[in-house]
Design a binder for this molecule. Structure first.
Ligand code: ATP
Ligand code: MG
Length: 562
């Protein structure tokens, strides 16, 4: 606990202080309130980790998962299901505390009637256009609607008839009667209800008026017994409105709202509207495209829930706006996978290596550690034979300085295999390209150790050509060229902001035979290449892997250990 105390952010500190002071009857209730109009992204993960994290860390604390489903024109069950899946995958459990804003539609309506009855709300026949035009600006007050002074009786009658479905969409709205001259534009008689003849995924045809977010949100928190209503900074200016509603309704006990800064990551966009456009316009393969900042995209890419939670911890919770380098996210997943992912060998750009003094009929199964630092992860055996695949980059006819891999006359270690020396190459007579590398091996060096202790600097990975399985490997890079895509956006179409090389498909890669059976979502370190994750498209006939992230350190470090 002491570590948790030290690293307490300002919100957890408030929660701890409230508990110590016996506020809220010692109970803590938070909520994560996504609108089911898209998939969750890594920004949401920050809010999830905060709200569910508090519920886990403090005694007598509870977090609701509340679907903020007040706009049936944009929402769907598909999104509700995806949100649940993602929150669970991140490792959080709402128990039986899953609710919907729509669970409270009837209560919200009753509360709105109370406001009408008290003269605090009125039915306005102005069009959306007129309302917008009369709202004023930061420097100019708004103008009152001609309907603002309508009698309470008439308002009650019209509001009931709005609900009963007597009017078409847009004919009337219900507005709070606050202050058209308020310096805070949110208080200039905000709309509480609009008419929308549209079935809702939860309430069906019961309603044809739907509450606005600003009206529904605070009241849902109150009705649910939320004590700490945590949201991002852009809602700070809405807090006076939420408090106004709660004051007028005499809410007690009432939720307190605290704001924190949004999570932003370079080269990523967190707006659901933009993410949705990427999908709709076909720039990506779907919401779960491994280049997307969605939880499902990151998951498909190979990110672990632990790495995403780690990012949220590292970023912390403050009120300071900032943009986190994408490299921080990458280092989180790299660290996690380095510790956990079993190792395997894959060759992305195969070049044939023939061991001329190795019997063509012979095959050996050599022991290979699944993890260099975790013997408990065991060993596997990898087949070895006369013809191998090595990485094209691991051979150079004319090696530059410090090239410790294979070159004519040079000796290199085949990881877990033998020491081999390049004796010859076969070249394409027309282009001069190297078609095959010929080597001899030191039979005494099985396992990769020199019998006389001689120094062999380079170690390369390989696959037995006869046993290797052909695989598709998808390499990803940042989706947006600019580190701050939205700032670079001005006047440009979405497509113009995208990195044309954000995905490269290697169709003719080779992998260890055991990888053919890799289950979707299983993760590996392909030695010297990076971390990879089996894609849902993978089949034993056609294994498919996504590159999660490259290795930060080069092979140099690994060979030094050898
Ligand atoms: P968008 O603007 O992309 O539509 P949103 O904030 O409207 O996102 P909601 O579904 O309403 O999406 O968000 C649910 C919760 O997640 C809110 O409490 C919101 O404050 C929080 N949230 C959304 N984006 C971020 C972010 N980038 N960082 C931290 N919290 C976020
Ligand atoms: Mg929102």
């Amino acid at each position: 606990m002491s570590e948790a105390v030290e690293s307490r952010d300002f919100i957890r500190q408030i929660v701890a202080d409230d508990i110590a002071a016996g506020r809220h009857g010692g109970r803590i209730v938070t909520r994560f309130p996504p609108e089911p109009n898209g998939y969750l992204h890594i920004g949401h993960a920050k809010a999830i980790c905060l709200n569910f994290g508090i519920a886990e860390e403090f005694p007598d604390a509870q977090c609701f998962l509340r679907m903020d489903d007040t706009n049936p024109s944009k929402e769907s069950q598909e999104f509700v299901d995806a949100i649940q899946r993602d929150v669970r995958w991140l490792g959080f459990d709402w128990g039986n505390h899953q609710t919907h804003a729509s669970d409270y539609f009837e209560r919200l309506y009753e509360l709105a009637v109370r406001l009408v009855r008290a003269g605090d709300a009125y039915v306005d026949g102005s069009s959306a256009e007129e309302i917008r035009a009369s709202r004023g600006t930061l420097t100019e007050p708004g103008r009152a609607s001609p309907d603002r002074e309508r009698s309470i009786e008439e308002n009650l009658d019209l509001f009931a008839r709005m609900r009963a479905g007597e009017f078409p969409d847009g004919r009337y709205v219900l507005r709070a009667k606050i202050d058209m001259a308020s310096p805070n534009i949110n208080l200039r008689d905000p709309v509480m209800y609009r008419i929308m003849h549209r079935p809702h995924q939860m309430t069906g045809d019961t309603w044809c008026i739907y509450p606005m977010y600003d009206w529904a949100h605070g009241q849902c928190d109150w009705l649910e017994g939320v004590t700490h209503s945590l949201c991002t900074l852009e809602f700070e200016d809405h807090r006076p409105l939420y408090d106004w509603f709660l004051d007028r309704l005499g809410a007690s006990p009432r939720p307190r709202q605290y704001e924190f800064s949004r999570l932003n990551l370079t080269h990523f966009v967190m707006s659901k509207r933009v993410l949705s456009a990427l999908v709709q316009e076909g720039h990506v393969r779907g919401w779960d495209d491994p280049r997307m900042p969605t939880i499902q995209g990151l998951r498909r890419r190979g990110y672990t829930p632990e790495s995403i939670r780690d990012l949220c911890t590292r970023v912390g919770v403050t009120r300071k706006d900032n943009v986190v380098e994408m490299a921080v996210l990458e280092s989180c997943v790299r660290e996690d996978l380095d510790a956990r992912a079993p190792r395997a060998m894959a060759v992305l750009a195969p070049l044939k290596l023939v061991i001329t003094d190795y019997d063509a009929e012979r095959e050996e199964w050599l022991a290979a550690a699944n993890h260099p630092r975790r013997p408990e992860l065991g060993e596997r055996t990898v087949p070895f034979s006369r013809e191998l695949w090595i990485e094209r980059d691991d051979f150079a006819l004319d090696p530059p300085p410090k090239f410790h891999r294979l070159a004519p006359g040079r000796e290199v270690r085949l990881r877990y295999g033998y020491l081999v020396t390049c004796t010859d190459v076969v070249r394409d007579p027309a282009t001069g390209a190297v078609l095959e590398v010929h080597c001899t091996h030191d039979p005494q060096s099985r396992g990769g150790n020199a019998p006389d202790g001689r120094k062999v600097k380079g170690t390369i990975h390989w696959l037995s050509a006869r046993h290797a399985v052909s695989a598709e490997i998808r390499l990803y890079d940042r989706l947006f060229v600019d580190p701050n895509p939205m700032a670079a956006r001005e006047g440009k179409a979405l497509g113009e902001l995208l990195n044309p090389d954000s995905m490269a498909i290697v169709a003719d890669a080779m992998v260890e035979p055991s990888l053919a059976a890799a289950a979707p979502e299983s993760r590996f370190q392909f030695e010297r290449q990076g971390y990879f994750c089996a894609d849902p498209d993978t089949t034993p006939e056609r294994p498919v892997f996504n590159r999660t992230v490259t290795l930060r350190d080069t092979w140099a470090k690994v060979s030094r250990r050898d």
